[in-house]
Design a protein around this ligand. Structure first.
Ligand code: TXA
Ligand code: MG
Length: 341
């Protein structure tokens, strides 16, 4: 059975933190809120506990996990080196949706890093998550709290639906404020590279590090390499709703209707997510408006996909967003969800 604990009042927070920390100390797994997406946490010092994360998710153990810390001192325990670039990025963006990839400390077991020599670390901006890490006294390895390849959960209800019966406890910390996964930046290469785009964009990182990539292009996602997976960007299809997802851009409703027909999309089960040219006259199609502001759009995107699935959508048509900061991370998640299995 999976229990869901609320945190909407001070006494409830204390109780949820106590229960979560007790399970984590015993080597069990717990779903916890972060500001990006809900995470499925286990002790980052305990390889056997981390194996339970992979088992619950049905995730290939070749995909490394992000380690969550409560402060910079704990981050330093997880790594062999803490370069000036890490200090600067941590000062600028922590707590927040930025993961730093650094040389791993011997205390981090192979299960966390998929056997690789680096570890991804972040200091999340969610008070409940931080309270649980403090109560445990050890860092928490946590991937997104969904079965492998499904859309990441941005509410406790999404996580509980995805992992029902596979985890003992879900702590409800409310809807995630950021809504898509953290930016992952590799600090073991020079210049540093963004492995997974997120809402802290390449330009913001380059400005803090004072690096200027050639041709005005900040460090971007890298090409696949051998060895352990270095970012989920190497799994082309990721973050996918159950419905077929198609990205289109259109000039007006008639144009959209034509393109949907050409793509073989049955209007009866179709849901359109639009932020710019919102259709008003397409018979049979359900329309959801995405916010025009990128931060608000990111916060809403996965919840909209979850809702389309819950409503039995057979196809989700997403209006194309610009592939440039500050939209790049959103464009990346949409493109991955649209990749055929
Ligand atoms: O926002 C987030 O990052 C959320 C919340 C829970 O913190 N976590 C998350 O975890 O998205 P996950 O497991 O779904 O994605 C983490 C990705 C992995 O797919 C992995 O490829 C990359 O981060 N990663 C982790 N450790 C890495 C490493 N040592 N080197 C390169 N990439 C790494
Ligand atoms: Mg994930």
């Amino acid at each position: 059975m999976t229990e869901v604990l609320a945190t909407g009042a001070p006494g409830l927070v204390d109780e949820a933190v106590r229960r979560a920390a007790a399970l984590l100390r015993e080597g069990d797994v717990v779903v916890l809120p972060t500001e990006t997406v809900y995470g499925l946490a286990a002790s980052a010092w305990d390889g056997a506990a981390v194996q339970r994360v992979f088992a619950a998710k049905g995730r290939p153990s070749t995909n490394p996990l992000i380690v969550h810390v409560a402060d910079e001192a704990m981050a330093r325990l997880c790594v062999r080196e803490w370069p000036d670039s890490a200090s600067r990025l941590a000062a600028a963006f922590w707590p927040g949706p930025l993961t730093l990839v650094l040389p791993r400390s011997p205390r981090i077991p192979d299960e966390v890093t998929a056997g690789g020599d680096t570890v991804g670390i972040r200091l999340p901006a969610h008070p409940v998550m931080i309270a649980v890490i403090r109560a445990c006294g050890f860092p928490l390895a946590a991937p997104s709290a969904n079965v492998s390849n499904a859309v990441s959960p941005t509410t406790a209800a999404h996580a509980a639906a995805s992992l029902a019966g596979r985890v003992p406890l879900v702590v409800d910390g409310g809807p995630c404020a950021v809504g898509i996964e953290s930016t992952v930046v590799d600090l073991t290469v020079d210049p540093p590279r963004v492995l997974r785009p997120g809402m802290i964009d390449e330009d913001a990182i380059a400005a803090v590090l004072d690096v200027h990539a050639p041709a005005g292009r900040a460090p971007g996602p890298e090409a696949p390499a051998a060895g352990p997976l270095r970012s989920p960007g190497q799994l082309a299809r990721h973050y996918s709703p159950a419905a077929r997802l198609v990205v289109l851009s259109w000039t007006d409703d008639a144009d959209l209707g034509r393109q949907m027909a050409e793509a073989g999309i049955d209007r009866a089960g179709a849901h359109v997510l639009a932020w710019n040219r919102v259709p008003v006259s397409l018979d049979g199609v359900r329309v959801h408006v995405l916010p025009r502001d990128p931060a608000a759009c990111a916060r809403d995107l996965y919840a909209q996909w979850h809702r389309c699935d819950e409503l039995g959508a057979t196809a989700i048509v997403v209006e194309r967003v610009p592939d440039a900061p500050p939209w790049r991370a959103i464009a990346d998640r949409i493109a991955r969800a649209a990749t055929p299995a």
